[in-house]
Design a binder for this molecule. Structure first.
Ligand code: SF4
Ligand code: SF4
Length: 398
């Protein structure tokens, strides 16, 4: 490993840890596995021990020590056994930027050739297919063919005011494809001048960061920016919070960007969506990248409350304290058992609310929770916010 991926600020932050353990108490990976080694505190300790063997500044800050080979191996594995949910950073009283440290740590581990074998697959899939699943990128909008009511142009227009950037999960996973279908229908119902990008859309690059492959990001950013410019669009809407965050934080600001919850709320305020009553009790799960990551807490709740007949019951851990669904940080690729154990915890909390359905605003959460509910016979409906809104537009049984 090299020290070059850590900024001086991060080095000082490491030294500021008071070992209060608050990060361990809220970590879903720790509670689901019972393994304290997965906590931010343990990872910080391990990282400090690595850096002690480095010269000058680092040794002055952290002293001098070395890790045994076995502990070093375990440490490197644990770097990827994390959902990047950011709960640790949220509670850290010293304000340590833990999420950026986790990303730097992944990058450094991969550069040293010590990352999990799956990293190679992610690198290959994205560089060859431009999507994380190694699917044909020309089939990115093929979900439209499943819609009996799709227009002749399949929502693929040469120019439009708004681009709907679908993201890889919604484009290719059958269980998630209902989300873009619902959002496309809502945008059409609201007379929004929008287009999909089809094969011109490449992965937003989020999986690259989670896989420690941030060095590959630039070409994805440049390609996607050019593709949106060619459409003449001024605004971009995302149903995926990770795509949305990538465009907020890693792309140059050339367009107005909206998460679907924000865009829908605007359409509702402009009275462009005719909502019919639904008799349904739901709870809302704040996706990590939308809630803690982008601080969008109120808009999805306002959209839910705007639907007549729908009752919202809140989770005990909500808003900035919301617990991850288990689908973040590419964890499913590196440790599917741990990912499923985190989802089990989440679904238990959901069941405790007595809600008939859990609504999220993220295709990855919907996919993770739906898969768990189906496999384990959990009788709770899982849906995205856009599916809930679409249900209300067409009426409950449509
Ligand atoms: S980001 Fe989430 S899963 Fe990872 S260490 Fe922090 S609290 Fe645990
Ligand atoms: S919450 Fe912050 S200060 Fe406390 S142990 Fe975790 S990283 Fe250290």
């Amino acid at each position: 490993m090299s020290k070059r991926d850590y900024s001086v600020r991060q080095m000082f932050e490491l030294g500021a840890c008071t070992q209060c353990r608050l990060c361990a108490d809220v970590c879903p990976a720790v509670s689901a596995s019972g393994d304290g080694m997965l906590s931010a505190l343990s990872r910080m300790k391990g990282l400090k021990q690595f850096l002690r063997s480095r010269p000058a500044l680092f040794r002055r800050l952290f002293g001098d020590a070395r890790l045994s080979e076995e502990i070093e191996k375990q440490f490197k594995e644990n770097v990827f056994r994390c959902t990047l949910c950011g709960n640790c950073q949220e509670v850290c009283p010293v304000g340590i930027g833990l999420k950026d440290i986790w990303l730097a740590l992944r990058e450094n581990t991969v550069r040293a050739g010590a990352g999990p074998a799956r990293i190679g697959t992610i690198r290959e899939n994205l560089s060859e297919s431009r999507n994380v699943f190694a699917e044909d990128n020309a089939e990115r909008a093929d979900w439209v063919d499943e819609m009996r009511d799709a227009p002749e142009d399949r929502y693929l227009r040469d120019r439009a005011e708004v681009v709907y950037f679908t993201g890889c999960v919604s484009a290719y996973y059958p269980v998630a494809q209902r989300i873009p279908m619902a959002l496309a229908r809502i945008l059409a119902a609201g007379s929004v001048d929008f287009t999909l990008m089809g094969e011109d859309e490449w992965c937003c690059g989020f999986p690259l960061l989670g896989a420690g492959l941030g060095g590959m990001l630039r070409s994805f950013v440049e390609h996607n920016i050019e593709a949106v410019l060619r459409k003449g669009a001024k605004r971009i809407v995302f149903a995926c919070p990770s795509c949305y965050r990538m465009w907020r934080e890693y792309y140059p600001r050339r367009f107005e960007i909206f998460h679907a919850s924000e865009f829908l709320l605007q359409l509702l305020r402009e009275k462009r969506l005719p909502l019919k009553p639904l008799q349904l009790t739901v709870t809302y799960h704040d996706p990590c990248d939308l809630g803690r990551g982008a601080r969008v807490f109120e808009e999805p709740r306002e959209v839910i409350r705007a639907i007549p007949g729908v009752t919202l019951v809140e989770l005990p851990n909500r808003r900035e304290k919301c617990r991850c669904c288990g689908g973040g940080g590419n964890l499913e690729m590196f440790d599917p058992k741990l990912s499923a154990a985190i989802t089990a915890q989440k679904m238990e909390e959901v069941a405790g609310t007595g809600a008939q359905a859990v609504v999220s605003a993220c295709q990855q959460c919907v996919r993770t929770m739906t898969t768990y509910a189906k496999r384990n016979g959990v009788a709770i409906e899982v849906m995205d916010l856009v599916q809930l809104v679409h249900k209300s537009i067409v009426g409950q049984d449509a």
